[in-house]
Design a protein around this ligand. Structure first.
Ligand code: ATP
Length: 335
């Protein structure tokens, strides 16, 4: 159930998502600044007849980084190779990818911050000089044999650009910061997806689903699929406002996009601890979860939406949290 509002996707979901991916910059909804900047970078590179500068994308999961990487390759009329930081355990893994790239190809390196250190150094050289130094032999007899590789464009993705070592960050010509999407943007994404799925989505239902999607296209598309299921099985197939509300309440996603765990955490914080401050482990125990689950799974969105504040003395509920849960704060509430 938790998966319903998680920004991450498993392999099955990624397969379903493929059909909903925009194929060009024009089709890509939102992120106006990033789109405009990218379009300039790509067009000027095409004018010069050269591979564009390496591009770094930062932003949370489900915001469209993979989609943009595919679009970049498509706009350049080139192909995309995909790998990820965790898949590169040794520098040899990276050398194998780099040495088989074709000229002008785009290499998408997801979770680039999780790449092994020695590979990182190999990547610096590859990005700057289009060369890899392959080390042959061991010990004092080891020699580095320089190997030219085809000029390529690296598209790196990371959840936080600040986590990258400076020498790596500096080798990107352009950093695209992906933000959470506005409700009106999510609405557009939902209408587009509904069209592709052949679903009859009423405009007010699109607004309703958009508002519960946590600013994340992946979650919006997922909620849309659940509402469609509901409409097909319990209704006449049309995705109306009533169907959307009924489906999302069945799945326990409320009008702010909070799910059961989020609300359990808020309820405990408000009712048991009078709004805090309370320590994370105490709060976690009271909802029967591991502190890590509360911290990693529930808290980030609760903090981002302004329901919980982290203070040196512990977690504190905000006035919005009291209002959202329909409870009256005590006169001595901590916010
Ligand atoms: P992860 O880091 O988990 O791989 P991601 O940032 O790469 O996530 P994508 O896989 O690109 O996210 O996008 C997730 C889903 O959301 C896809 O189905 C994609 O089509 C859709 N999507 C993302 N951004 C947009 C957008 N701007 N317009 C329309 N659809 C989008």
């Amino acid at each position: 159930e938790r998966d319903l509002v998680s920004p991450e996707a498993d392999l099955d979901e990624r397969a379903v998502e493929g059909a909903l991916r925009p194929k060009s910059l024009d089709e890509f909804v939102g992120q106006e600044r990033v789109r405009e900047q990218l379009s300039l970078v790509l067009r000027s590179a095409q004018r010069r007849g050269k591979a564009p500068d390496h591009i770094l994308m930062s932003g949370g999961p489900g915001l469209g980084k993979t989609t943009l990487a595919m679009i970049i390759a498509a706009e350049l009329g080139s192909s995309l190779r995909i790998t990820s930081g965790p898949a590169i355990e040794r520098s040899g893994d990276l050398a194998a990818v780099l040495s088989t790239l074709h000229e002008g190809e785009v290499l998408f390196l997801d979770e680039i911050h999780r790449m092994a250190r020695p590979a990182e150094e190999m990547l610096y050289v590859a990005m700057e000089d289009f060369r890899v130094d392959v080390v042959v032999g061991k010990g004092p007899g080891a020699t580095a044999i320089p190997l030219d590789i085809a000029p390529f464009t690296l598209v790196g993705a990371t959840t936080r650009a600040g986590m990258l070592p400076a020498p790596l960050r500096d080798r990107f010509g352009f950093v695209a910061h992906m933000d959470f999407y506005r409700p009106d943007e999510l609405e557009l994404i939902l209408r587009r997806s509904a069209g592709l799925l052949g679903a009859d989505l009423a405009p007010d239902a699109a607004v309703e689903i958009a508002g519960r999607s946590r600013g994340t296209p992946r979650i919006a598309n997922r909620l849309l699929r659940r509402v469609r299921d509901y409409a097909e099985v319990r209704g006449d197939g049309r995705l109306t406002l009533e169907t959307a509300r009924a489906a999302l309440s069945l799945y326990e996603v409320d009008d702010e996009g909070l799910d059961r765990l989020d609300r359990a955490v808020l309820t405990a914080l408000l009712r048991r601890f009078r709004g805090g401050p309370v320590g994370l482990s105490t709060l976690a125990v009271s909802v029967g979860e591991e502190p890590e689950t509360v911290e990693v799974v529930a808290e980030p969105f609760l903090v981002r939406s302004g329901f919980i504040a982290r203070t040196p003395r512990g977690r504190v509920a905000t006035a919005e949290a009291w209002a959202h849960m329909g409870l009256t704060p005590p006169p001595d509430a901590a916010f």
